[in-house]
Ligand binder design. Structure first.
Ligand code: UDP
Length: 323
């Protein structure tokens, strides 16, 4: 049985990866310090013999007994609100955290896949963004702690690949959504759906003309799985190129939820990227991957998930770790 370590395993993406690797017959070791992760996301796996959970901060020395075939580094705060609240931890998990993972990978002779992000492109001047674009990032702005940590993480990973010959994979994740997003993580989808469920107006930042391209989580996980098993060490964008303005997105959520509330405009956060859409030519040609789930389908599943949460869950998610 192959063994995989997933850091950030109790988070939104990490927990979906745990499910996928369990389904594929792996022994899965999830690691999380539970600052932004939630045990609820993986509690259904605890009864399995081929699942283990380590409550540990990956920015500190990592010890995992036994062999490891793969390490997936997905630990990190991932929403602008979160990394504004915990900027130092965000920098540490992308730098010290990946250093620990890479060191562990050398000892175990494991392959490492890191979660990078479209944020490495910053507020992009090239549209859509191909992997060759170097980006437009403000290192000292509020997003710098995340963007620069992820850029350092890519550099460190590539250095271990070229200097130590370690097998490494780099995925650049574009906006992804689905069940298990945290309701209070501040990202636009849980924000809008949460507001609709509570009967509040939907808080659109700026005039809503900024664009994003939203990928359903199952599509993303498939892309990650294919990249891990490929032999391609350069970064690969994984995302859905179906681009939409935030205003149109808000209108879609209003229609989906049937709320009688409206969109209201709040000030645009500093350095909020004006446009974002992945160029997925590489994912298509190297991995034979492209997204399959339309926004209409994905949003319906996600809305049904949020609607199905108990009052207790909603409360817990809304008040989860006010760090
Ligand atoms: N946004 C918004 N209202 C909210 C939260 C976010 O209009 O309550 C906007 C935000 O300014 C950005 C877009 O939605 O332009 C996506 O934001 P998110 O935080 O989800 O992710 P980002 O892509 O900015 O990292």
């Amino acid at each position: 049985m192959k063994r995989v370590l997933i850091t950030g395993g109790a988070g939104f993406l990490g927990s979906h990866l745990c499910d996928r690797f369990i389904k594929e017959g792996y022994h899965v070791i999830a690691m999380d310090n539970l600052i932004t992760g939630d045990l609820k996301n993986i509690e259904h796996l605890f009864k399995l013999e081929n699942f283990e959970f380590y409550h540990h901060d990956v920015s500190k020395f990592i010890h995992v007994p036994g062999e490891l075939d793969y390490i997936l580094h997905f630990a990190s705060p991932a929403s602008p609100i979160d990394y504004l609240k915990i900027p130092i931890q965000t920098l540490k998990v992308g730098s010290l955290g990946i250093h620990n993972c890479l060191g562990l990978a050398r000892v175990k002779n494991a392959r490492v896949l890191i979660a990078s992000t479209s944020e490495v492109y910053g507020d992009p001047n090239v549209h859509p963004q191909p992997e060759e674009y170097w980006g437009n990032v403000n290192p000292v702005g509020p997003r710098g702690v995340y963007d620069e940590a992820k850029r350092f993480q890519e550099a460190m990973t590539m250095a271990y690949h070229t200097y130590h010959g370690l097998e490494t994979r780099i995925i650049r994740i574009f906006n992804t959504y689905g069940p298990r997003m945290r309701l209070n993580d501040g990202r636009v989808l849980p924000a809008f759906i949460g507001q609709a469920l509570r009967g509040e107006d939907l808080t659109m930042f700026g005039d809503g003309s900024q664009t994003r391209s939203f990928c359903y989580v199952d599509d993303l996980v498939e892309g990650i799985y294919r990249l891990l098993l490929s032999d391609y060490a350069q970064p690969v964008n994984i995302g859905n190129p179906d681009e939409i303005t935030i205003k149109e997105f808000g209108e879609e959520i209003i229609k989906l939820t049937g709320t009688s509330q409206k969109l209201i405009s709040l000030p645009l956060p500093t350095d909020d990227p004006k446009q974002r859409r992945p160029d997925i030519t590489k994912a298509r040609s190297i991995l034979g991957w492209e997204p399959k789930v339309s926004r209409a389908e994905g949003l319906k599943i996600t809305y049904d998930y949020f609607k199905s949460l108990s009052k207790e869950d909603l409360f817990r998610m809304a008040h989860h770790k006010e760090f």
